[in-house]
Design a protein around this ligand. Structure first.
Ligand SMILES: NC(=O)N[C@@H](CC(=O)O)C(=O)O
Ligand SMILES: [Zn+2]
Ligand SMILES: [Zn+2]
Length: 431
């Protein structure tokens, strides 16, 4: 593979506290040098990045790739390519497939398919409990040896506190992150949207904030008790953010996600029974949305993750109560984050890169990712922060189109994505 020289871009790399116009030289799949006026080595491909922003490749630690079992929604290949189109060089795949990823062979399958995808790198996770049934722990050591970077029962909570305590203690022996979907099913009942005035008007059963809050509180206590690494997924509530903030202040080892939809929308988006605004946890109140934004700003929510949850058109066409939870996110996350948080002045560009690349790589202990320091993997996102575009699901590389952001005007998009020094996505003139 020829060396690649990315010339004259604004290099934003919070891992080195760097924000300056510079060149980036990639050799043999690694970052060889970052600096001013680097000469192109023999045979190098040169990319003109003047006027563009060059960052360590974006990392999404929460995506659903649906393979095996639901390949009509997404495959590992299409998901990894959609990720690359969204500027992501690495994604972490959730194990709630059919069957769930709960043994080393299944983990190995996801890893191998990811390597063949020609898109973003794909790192598997394994279930916390066999078949995600909450009764028997999986073999964490074997899952790790097969390539799992974390364990999670995402899609479902770990209902038993005793079971999660055991999982955390077991995970601690490997320093393995345990990612949790926070929902008390006895409080969420059969709810389909946020509990509140919109749900009352629509006649839909609500999911109260408390369903999430009590589980976040419980799991922070258990993380403190065990000393294990807890990763709280898709935080949507005001109190949830506050509990995590306080736990971090006490020194609990916790990382936490904010999704673009939870910091952008409220449950008002569900009006008219729009199933493309149905997800779990649900869109909540303005106070909750604002708290999620503040959490991203102050780093309580250190990771922005999409929870990319593709579903087929026919399934989302059902009555609101029957439609599945979840929306796609890989191809809108960068634009939404820039438009909602950076363009509004809430956070600056380096903080965006920190939350979308450096921090997620650290949370999942992804070596060589989330940084352009010399010797890091040559995973690079080149973005045009001035680009103005409109969300058009028909142009998604994802197999699914279930997004509440259709027609939304956004700023900033990835124009080129490199993984290991190889261009895996490039915006064409026509696109
Ligand atoms: N977020 C969702 O609404 N849906 C996810 C499951 C999950 O992340 O809990 C899915 O797998 O479809
Ligand atoms: Zn979840
Ligand atoms: Zn999820």
């Amino acid at each position: 593979m020829n060396p690649v020289l990315i010339r004259g871009g604004r290099v934003v790399d919070p891992s080195q506290r760097m924000d300056a116009v510079a060149d980036v030289l990639l050799v043999d799949g690694r970052v060889a040098r970052v600096g001013q006026g680097i000469d192109a080595p023999e045979g190098a491909e040169t990319i003109d990045a003047s006027g563009l922003v060059v960052t360590p490749g974006l990392v999404d630690v929460h995506v659903h790739l649906r393979e095996p079992g639901q390949e009509h929604k997404e495959t590992i290949r299409t998901g990894a390519r959609a990720a690359a189109a969204g500027g992501f060089t690495t994604v972490v795949a959730m194990p709630n497939t059919d069957p769930p990823i709960d043994d080393p062979a299944a983990v190995g399958f996801v890893l191998a398919e990811g390597m063949r995808s020609g898109g973003a790198r794909v790192f598997p996770t394994g279930c916390i409990t066999m078949r995600q049934q909450g009764e028997q722990l999986t073999e964490f050591g074997e899952l790790i040896n097969a390539g799992a970077v974390a364990v999670t029962d995402d899609g479902k909570p770990v209902v038993s506190g005793g079971m999660l305590r055991m999982a955390l203690e077991y995970a601690l022996t490997f320093d393995l992150p345990v990612a949790v979907h926070e929902e008390d099913p006895t409080l969420a009942r059969k709810g389909t949207m946020n509990e509140g005035i919109v749900a009352s008007r629509l006649g839909l059963t609500g999911i109260p904030n408390a369903a999430e809050d009590v589980m976040i509180a419980r799991d922070l206590v258990l993380a403190e008790l065990t000393g294990a690494r807890l990763h709280v997924q898709h935080v949507s509530t005001r109190l949830g953010v506050q509990l995590i903030r306080e736990a971090k202040a006490r020194g609990v080892r916790v990382t936490a996600e904010a999704t673009p939809h939870h910091f952008t929308l409220t449950d008002a988006a569900v009006e008219a029974y729009r199933t493309d605004a149905k997800m779990n946890p649900p869109l909540r109140s303005e106070a909750d949305r604002d708290a999620v934004r503040q959490g991203v700003r102050d780093g309580t929510l250190d990771v922005i993750a999409t929870d990319h949850a593709p579903h087929h058109y026919d399934e989302k066409e059902q009555a609101f109560e029957d439609a599945p939870f979840g929306i796609v996110g890989l191809e809108t996350a960068l634009g939404l984050t820039y438009t909602e948080l950076v363009a509004t002045g809430l956070i600056d560009l380096p903080t965006m890169v920190e939350r979308m690349s450096c921090a997620p790589a650290r949370a999942m202990k992804l070596d060589g990712m989330g940084s352009l320091a010399e010797g890091s993997l040559a995973d690079v996102t080149i973005m045009d922060v001035r680009a103005e575009w409109t969300v058009n699901p028909a142009s998604f590389l994802s197999m699914s189109r279930n997004t509440p952001f259709t027609g939304r005007a956004l700023r900033c998009r990835a124009v080129r994505t490199l993984v290991g020094g190889r261009t895996v996505w490039r915006e064409t003139q026509a696109g």
